[in-house]
Ligand binder design. Structure first.
Ligand SMILES: N[C@@H](CCC(=O)N[C@@H](CS)C(=O)NCC(=O)O)C(=O)O
Length: 240
């Protein structure tokens, strides 16, 4: 099995799929696309505008959850979904919440933050392929942030509401860890979906202190010790 994974550099659901491919032992090549231009390119190539998308043995798959399910069918070991039906139901519920609700939060915070501090994009681009000179990244950052900000509805009001909702989301994740839905010895699909979002949030210094010293933060650091980039404290507005 040989895959081609289409990503945007630093994208958290792309990291979810990359880790799933690695756990399943499926070899793949990564193709990095520039945001927000990736959206029309992906629409043409896959029929859907988002990354991650995967081409695997001629099959085209789009969307992190859909991809993980297909990988599980094609290569069941190691399993990403528990065999116990009740635990599987709970893992799928957490995974769906991670995809549909939680995943968008750092995206809005990040693009809103880059609109306010375009220079910070340089720190998120250091291992990008191709690697552009810092001056080029800095100069293009305001245009990229405007486009990606629009695509993600990253308005100040939305970010303020996200900041206000974050403590409740973190309590929910800690609850799942305590109940054994997340954070077990054997990594599952919900761990991969939620930990990548937490890890991206932890690069945003306005929120990192709320996350790092609790089970959610420890889970993110266990799974993804390294993350590129830093959005300095004081960039985001206050919570609503
Ligand atoms: N929730 C979906 C969508 C992922 C998603 O929105 N990806 C972003 C990059 S992190 C994207 O491609 N955005 C472009 C757009 O919304 O058009 C998944 O997990 O696959």
């Amino acid at each position: 099995m040989d895959g081609r994974l289409y990503v945007v550099h630093g994208s958290h659901p792309c990291a979810t799929v990359a880790r799933a491919l690695e756990l399943k032992g499926i070899s793949y090549k990564t193709i990095e696309l520039p945001p927000p231009l990736h959206a029309p390119i992906q629409r043409l190539r896959f029929g859907e505008r988002t990354v991650p998308a995967l081409r695997l043995n001629g099959e085209k798959l789009s969307g992190s959850r859909r991809i993980l399910r297909r990988l599980e069918e094609l290569r069941p070991d190691p399993p990403l979904y528990p065999a116990d039906p009740e635990l599987r139901r709970r893992v799928e519920e957490a995974e769906a919440w991670g995809d549909e609700t939680f995943q968008a939060i750092p995206r809005r915070m990040f693009w809103h933050g880059i609109k306010r501090n375009p220079g910070a994009l340089v720190s998120y681009s250091e291992t990008a392929k191709p690697r552009l000179p810092a001056a080029v990244v800095r100069l293009s950052a305001p245009v990229i942030a405007r486009g990606a900000g629009r695509l993600n509805r990253a308005t100040e009001d939305a970010v303020r509401a996200d900041l206000a909702a974050l403590p409740g989301h973190l309590d929910r994740i800690d609850g799942w860890i305590e109940e054994g839905v997340l954070g077990g010895e054997q990594l599952n699909a919900a761990d991969l979906q939620i930990a990548t979002t937490l890890r991206l949030l932890m690069t945003i210094e306005d929120v990192r202190p709320q996350i790092e010293d609790r089970p959610a933060g420890r889970l993110a650091l266990r799974l993804f010790p390294d993350a590129e980039g830093r959005l300095p404290a004081g960039t985001l507005p206050a919570a609503a």
